[in-house]
Design a protein around this ligand. Structure first.
Ligand SMILES: NC(=O)C1=CN([C@@H]2O[C@H](COP(=O)(O)OP(=O)(O)OC[C@H]3O[C@@H](n4cnc5c(N)ncnc54)[C@H](O)[C@@H]3O)[C@@H](O)[C@H]2O)C=CC1
Ligand SMILES: O=C(O)[C@H]1O[C@H](OP(=O)(O)OP(=O)(O)OC[C@H]2O[C@@H](n3ccc(=O)[nH]c3=O)[C@H](O)[C@@H]2O)[C@H](O)[C@@H](O)[C@@H]1O
Length: 440
């Protein structure tokens, strides 16, 4: 099959590689010519383990190529749309890129082609896609909604071995063709109508975000009553009805999707006068949770003016260079405003963070221990192995004051105690070791 993917970002690129590996001929189209230049030279524009090897081999076998022109749509049996749907100021999904992408390729669309929407879009959008194509061409196109569930950092694995494929359509023929395309990946294919498929994507992300905010509230309570949230989560997770995934307490969720999709779902509810109280609370809890790092620093050190704070981790989670809605982008500016000098380290996200935020009080360091040198506290914001595997005794020896704020519950109690660190985690009060007050 000939497949054209519109939008060579995270989802577009990984989906392109996956379909090309299945033996199809794939062209990824993006309006960003610099991106197309890099990709055409075999250089991935995202950080995803294993991607480069796949890309280079598939390109040499002429199964994967890149283009800045939507004219290539004319070749396609299937056109996959994977452009961004970012958050607008009011929280709703911004469909500007989606509409302009669809209108730009519509006139090149073959009559027998199907249009597959992979971007996360509000309920009713697939119907609008069809209207846009009709307005441009006078024709009715077959559209299918196939929401994407991949995670950054394990996106290739998730694409090759998806838990399920959801296919929303009101055309049996289009749904069958979409199912044929995905059949080699899984037998778990759920057929629905268009609106239900769109809703499954939001419901899934909102539910996972709810699990995280729930366990974070439990952690805050554990801190007050002297229980250990990690053991609470392990005990809960043994019940298969609950499951142990997404019960890691910490400083909350970030990334390009949970924050934006929970806000978009609130907007969807608002448009039909539904007050989604639970989801509002999930969002609020997540925002407050990020501040815990600052509260913990205040408890350990008092005022931060003139102190040096090391920050380990800028990406929203390990295994990615993505800093979209990362807790670091809320926390670091606050540290700067409180007068601290900030020494940062991240194995992949320095460039992305610096594009979003630079300040003379913030310096970058290649190694965790050099970032910690002379610091009055280290704050772990992202649990990259390079941070969690640090020798804590060595860490203590390079710091000005041995305070460790663990925003991801990444360290073992024994190791922290042995190193003699003043330690605050999330919902593990037994391990908390407060620094004695010192007037200097
Ligand atoms: N990043 C992720 O892990 C996941 C993302 N999603 C959803 O998939 C969609 C895409 O997300 P990402 O890949 O992260 O976005 P992204 O921002 O990485 O990539 C979007 C790409 O679309 C291109 N683009 C925008 N307008 C265009 C146009 N008119 N013509 C051609 N190209 C155009 C942009 O230049 C960019 O390269 C979003 O709706 C997102 O919510 C769903 C699951 C996972
Ligand atoms: O729609 C999307 O874009 C994607 O959003 C998430 O994937 P992703 O954002 O890559 O990352 P996750 O691994 O889900 O983590 C999201 C955030 O939650 C946090 N998290 C996760 C799990 C947990 O137990 N606790 C916790 O705080 C992570 O640190 C991270 O900041 C979903 O897991 C994917 O299924 C979905 O396709």
């Amino acid at each position: 099959m000939n497949i054209v993917i519109i939008g060579a970002g995270y989802v577009g690129l990984v989906t392109g590689v996956c379909f090309a590996e299945l033996g199809h001929r794939v062209v990824c189209v993006d309006r960003d010519e610099d991106k197309i230049g890099l990709l055409s030279a075999g250089r991935p524009t995202i950080y995803e383990p294993g991607l480069e090897e796949h890309m280079i081999r598939l390109m040499s076998e002429e199964r994967l190529s890149f283009s800045a022109s939507v004219v290539d749509t004319a070749l396609a049996d299937v056109v996959v749309v994977a452009v961004g749907t970012p958050q607008r100021m009011d929280g709703a999904s911004d469909l500007t890129d989606l509409e302009s992408a669809v209108r730009s390729f519509a006139r090149f669309l073959r009559e027998d082609a199907i249009v597959m929407i992979k971007s996360t879009v509000p309920v009713g959008t697939n119907e609008r896609v069809r209207e846009w194509i009709k307005e441009e061409t006078g024709r009715n196109a077959d559209t299918v909604s196939v929401p994407e569930f991949m995670r950054e950092g394990s996106a290739l694995q998730d694409s090759f071995h998806p838990d399920r494929i959801v296919i929303g359509s009101d055309s049996e023929q289009a749904a069958a063709r979409a199912a044929d395309l995905h059949a080699p990946l899984t037998s778990n294919i759920l057929h629905t109508d268009l609106r239900t498929a769109e809703m499954i994507k939001y419901a899934s992300n909102a539910f996972l975000a709810t699990k995280i905010s729930f366990i974070n509230e439990m952690a805050n309570l554990c801190d007050k009553v002297g229980a250990d949230v990690q053991v609470v989560a392990a005990g809960m997770g043994m019940d298969p009805r609950i499951g142990n995934a997404f019960l890691k307490a910490g400083i909350g969720y970030g990334g390009s999707c949970f924050p934006k999709d929970t806000h978009a779902l609130l907007q969807i509810a608002g448009h039909v006068d539904y007050d989604f109280k639970l989801l509002k609370a999930v969002i609020e809890v997540n925002q407050t949770q990020r501040k815990r790092v600052l509260v913990a620093l205040g408890e350990q050190l008092g005022a931060l003016e003139g102190l040096t704070i090391a920050v380990w981790g800028a990406s929203f989670k390990p295994g990615t260079d993505d800093v979209r809605s990362a807790p670091s982008l809320d926390i670091v500016p606050e540290l700067v405003s409180s007068g601290a000098a900030v020494r940062m380290c991240d194995p992949a996200a320095e460039l992305g963070f610096r594009r979003a935020y630079e300040h003379p009080q913030v310096t970058w360091h290649k190694e965790p221990l050099s970032a910690a040198e002379g610091a009055h506290a280290v704050c772990l914001l992202t649990e990259w192995p390079v941070f969690t595997e640090v020798d804590l005794t060595l860490l203590r020896s390079v710091m000005a004051a041995p305070v460790l704020i663990d925003g991801r519950n990444a360290y073992q109690g024994e190791a922290v105690k042995e190193a003699g660190l003043y330690y605050t985690a999330v919902g593990r009060p037994v391990l908390r070791q407060l620094r004695p007050f010192s007037p200097d």
